[in-house]
Design a protein around this ligand. Sequence first.
Ligand code: HPA
Length: 274
Amino acid sequence: MTSSKAEERRWRTLRKADAAIIGGSGLEKLFKDMEQIHVGTPYGIPPTISVGDVGGKSVAFLSRHSVQHSIPPHKVNYRANIYALFKIGVKRILATNAVGAINVDFKPGDLVVPHDLIDFTKLRNLSFYDEALVTHVDMSQPFCPEVRKLLMKIIKKHAEKVWNRGVIVCTEGPRLETPAEIEMFRGLGCDLVGMTVVPEAVLARELEMCYATVSFVSNMAAGIQQRLTAKEVSAVAKERMPVIQQILRETILYLPQKRKCPCANALQDARFRG
Ligand code: HPA
């Protein structure tokens, strides 16, 4: 993929939304009775995207695991999802994801806006740039600092237990981790573990889209609590989702029109020209 501004304009043929929400476990539906769009991409077909109005702003919603929650984290077509949002004009993505807490200061139900990540995935398509020009996007700030700041401001109004920093490690899944793996991640400085933030955050950056996520702690990671179950993830998701939805909607309302973050120019000087 090349990056000239003229070509970018050509790709973005369907200007449907400026911002998008990617829902994870527990947020499979956001808009009722809204326009459902099917967007094809060179990477495959993403789940149906719904487009709705949030305070006069057109917002896209994509359910990462599909509305039926039928796509496991290691089978999500991340490239198709992110490219489809790019194609309909999205510049900022707010996501949500369930995580296990490695740092024992974090507790089930807490909300976290991670500031950094570690990639322990194994089998995923991690880039849009598999050919020349060789492209290395900067991940010094893997989550958009501008969107994170706004998210934190809004979250503080709505939730008691929030953390404005956290290192999240992304595992391949779908199995949960072993206690030894969690111990290793703790040694590496990880606070949280999840299965979807990579390559989502990376691919968004590769297309110069802002990306930040609201993680909710659904359980303590393996070895810290006795047994981990999907049932418990789903129960915490159900309990936390109303407030997360409120936070995401309100953040969209206050997003400034103009972007001043590094994400907007992520491809500048990212190309290797030999
Ligand atoms: N590990 C990985 N992903 C998760 C977990 C976990 O403990 N909890 C929720 N998503």
